[in-house]
Design a protein around this ligand. Structure first.
Ligand code: GDP
Length: 447
């Protein structure tokens, strides 16, 4: 998958940050140096990398640490936000003209970028929106291109307009629009000819079409695997003929991801779709926010962080109190109750697990959420059956007290025993990992 290596490197940087309770300015700078290296290795445009790390650094060093987030998480949040910004923030759709007006879309790009395939893929998306698109075969230099478009059109069940290879592309385009008007097609997609490299003849031909046909959207198709070349090609096309958006193909084979991260920032033009395979269904709408969390390898962990923030704020006092005791390792059953309550407020165990990287998307074969929640309810009942003294001093729990508690909670004594054992284990674990729970820089400045 794209971004694997970048993702891995960034996650390592973040892991180091997270393991620190407080961050100094130097910690942030050192981490960002690694982020910079990782982005450059992913073939992100040099200027973009510089601007990006500068923006992150300014925010990370200048900002207060938010409630509920430790400094490491705060840096991740900023990196994520800046990355979303880099890719354009909003999802951009192909702009179609309203009603029955014909929208002419001109597909442009170098040979082999995936133009013909993408033309058919987009036709499929438009059909899903209830449109009746017409594909026009304007690549007259490669007879195979016309044939390929026809085959793909047939697969998508959309009409392909062709006049063979003896006519000028501009005339084919004009005739296609006339045909569409008679035939009730609201969208005409022109599949134009590419060359191996940017050349004058190709540009002139595209300019001629634009001057003679009312082109509403010019969409450039570039191959993600060509990295910064794709970005340069986008810049040149935009300068010479003007483009409205980009489709980035072969992202499924691109292990670096530099083009995806640079195109918007360098050209100012949005990525509309990404090609994720050779099949005609392998075209995905481009969501900058989802792409960023994919790159950061965090599933929807940011949503989780946001939730934690808002929930923890409510119980700030209680939580502070609990932390104090955690640090001293005198964690009690009352704290246990409190943490379960907070978990419930955050949407339950299943919800939290679903948002964790690697566990999202229904990949939780070993965890039965319903069962886990039932267990939580029984645990709560057991703790409520303890006296106040027992809750704050679990060492009081002798067999006769346990018996009484089991009866009160309506469970078997073995469950009480198990809970007490788990509780002791959790306590031990927390003692061994002060970094895990301590050191949240609530409201404090970094450094
Ligand atoms: P054109 O010359 O720009 O019209 O390019 P084509 O549409 O003929 O595509 C060139 C090759 O790239 C074909 O083998 C396509 O199947 C392949 N291709 C196009 N898009 C993608 C994609 O998103 N992923 C992958 N893996 N292959 C693609």
């Amino acid at each position: 998958m794209a971004f694997d290596s970048l993702s891995q490197k960034l996650q390592n940087v973040f892991k180091n940050l997270r393991s620190k309770g407080r961050l100094t300015e130097d910690d942030v700078k050192a981490a960002l140096k690694e982020v910079k290296m990782a982005l450059l290795e992913a073939d992100v445009n040099f200027k973009v990398v510089k601007q990006f790390t500068k923006a992150v650094q300014e925010r990370a060093i200048g900002s207060d640490v938010m409630n509920g987030l430790n400094p490491g998480q705060m840096v991740i949040k900023i990196v994520n936000e800046e990355m979303v910004k880099l890719m354009g923030s909003e999802t951009t759709e192909i702009a179609l003209r309203p009603g029955q007006q014909i929208t002419v879309i001109m597909m442009v790009g170098l040979q082999g970028a995936g133009k013909t395939t993408t033309t058919a893929k987009i036709a499929g998306k438009l059909k899903q929106k209830g449109k009746k698109p017409l594909l026009a075969a304007c690549d007259v230099y490669r007879p195979a291109a016309i044939e390929q478009l026809k085959i793909n059109g047939e697969k998508q069940e959309v009409e392909v307009f062709s006049m063979g290879d003896k006519n000028k592309p501009v005339n084919i385009a004009k005739a296609a629009v006339e045909h569409a008007a008679k035939n009730g097609n609201q969208v005409v997609i022109l599949d134009t000819a590419g060359r191996l490299h940017v050349d004058e003849d190709m540009m002139d031909e595209l300019i001629e079409i634009k001057e003679n046909v009312d082109v509403a959207q010019t969409i450039l198709v570039v191959d993600a695997m060509t990295g910064q070349d794709a970005v340069n090609v986008a810049g040149t096309f935009d300068e010479k003929i003007g483009i409205d958006g980009v489709v980035l193909t072969k992202l499924d084979g691109d292990t670096r991801g530099g083009a995806a991260l640079s195109i918007r920032a360098v050209t100012g033009k949005p990525i509309l779709y990404v090609g994720m395979g050779e099949k005609l269904s392998d075209l995905e709408q481009f969501y900058p926010d989802r792409m960023a969390s994919r790159i950061l390898g965090m599933g929807d962990v940011l949503t989780l962080i946001e939730k934690a923030q808002s929930e923890i704020d409510i119980d700030e006092e209680k939580a502070k109190d609990m932390q104090q005791r955690l640090k001293k390792a005198d964690f009690t059953f009352d704290d246990y109750l409190l943490s379960m309550e907070q978990m419930k407020k955050m949407g339950g165990l299943g919800n939290i697990l679903g948002m964790l990287p690697g566990l999202g998307g229904g990949k939780m074969p070993d965890i039965d959420e319903g069962e886990a929640e039932k267990n939580m309810a029984r645990t709560t009942a057991i703790i409520y059956s303890m006296t106040k003294k027992e809750r704050s001093n679990p060492s009081l729990l002798n067999p006769s007290r346990k018996h009484r508690i089991a009866k009160g909670a309506g469970v078997d004594i073995s469950e009480v025993n198990r809970l007490v054992k788990q509780f002791e284990q959790a306590k031990k674990m927390m003692k061994q990992m002060p970094g895990l729970m301590g050191g949240r820089g609530r409201g404090g400045k970094m450094g």
